[in-house]
Design a protein around this ligand. Structure first.
Ligand code: PRP
Length: 240
């Protein structure tokens, strides 16, 4: 049998094609797990500099989270199923496509709330399911405090919204809850993730896709992302 062995140049072309999103470039650095997409675009770089800056005021911080979420949402909604439809334009009939998927957004309270509106702007028919969780400051372990997800009829696709993925403990809990609900297609949208957290989720849930604007190298002794942006929930809601 003849085996197809791509040349180095062809491999590079395949790689570039595979990682190129429809709006902006999406990169997988060679050291990143295959289910992680870092959205790479000058606008992402720009707005990241705003959320990282310690002197950014809450109003500007919220606006930058909003803009970054929109930029991440485009690649994160790639491959949603669509149906062919015939549409009458003012001139003639046109072949079009419409989304045919039940999408549920799952913001993780509190910080995830800052990402709901921008996703709803591009997916206005999505439903929103809230999960409440905070990290114990001493142990860095997630503590669940709100969950009204039903047991039956899960959405086709669940998009978990949380600006920060640090140790990955919170996302781990959310993914397990959604799997218990019966969701098959789970996607995580985050602004900044730490490498250890990303690797943990990728290892434990290889089918879960993670879309991020930045991957920071490490966590400090308090399990904060370094350099990160501080505490997204506190900066969105202007709480100390
Ligand atoms: C932050 C963040 C994530 C979690 C990330 O929430 O928004 O939910 O910590 O950490 P992990 O990956 O180590 O689990 P926080 O506890 O600050 O709650 P808040 O959103 O109410 O501010």
């Amino acid at each position: 049998p003849v085996r197809f062995v791509p040349s180095a140049r062809r491999r590079s072309l395949i790689d570039q094609t595979f990682h190129r999103g429809r709006c902006g470039r999406t990169d997988r650095l060679t050291s990143e797990p295959s289910n992680v997409v870092r959205v790479s675009h000058p606008l992402v770089d720009h707005h990241l500099s705003v959320v990282r800056c310690e002197t950014t005021c809450p109003a500007e911080f919220r606006a930058a989270v909003h803009r970054l979420t929109m930029l991440i949402s485009v690649p994160a909604t790639d491959h949603l199923p669509t149906d062919r439809v015939q549409i009458q334009t003012p001139v003639a009939m046109a072949d079009c496509r419409r989304i045919n998927a039940d999408v549920g957004l799952v913001p993780v309270l509190r910080a995830g709330l800052g990402m709901v509106d921008p996703v709803l702007q591009i997916l206005p028919d999505a439903s929103v399911w809230h999960l409440g969780m905070y990290r114990n400051e001493e142990t860095a372990q997630p503590v669940g405090y709100y969950d009204k997800l039903p047991n039956g009829s899960p959405p086709d696709v669940a998009m978990i919204l949380d600006p920060m993925l640090a140790t990955g403990g919170s996302i781990d809990l959310v993914v397990r809850r959604l799997q218990r609900w019966g969701v098959g297609d789970i996607r995580v949208l985050s602004i900044i993730a730490a490498k250890p957290g990303i690797e943990r989720i990728a290892k434990d849930f290889p089918d879960v896709k993670i879309f991020v604007a930045a991957i920071d190298p490490e966590l400090n002794e308090h399990a904060f992302i370094v350099p990160g942006l501080g505490d997204a929930g506190d900066r969105i809601f202007d709480t100390p």
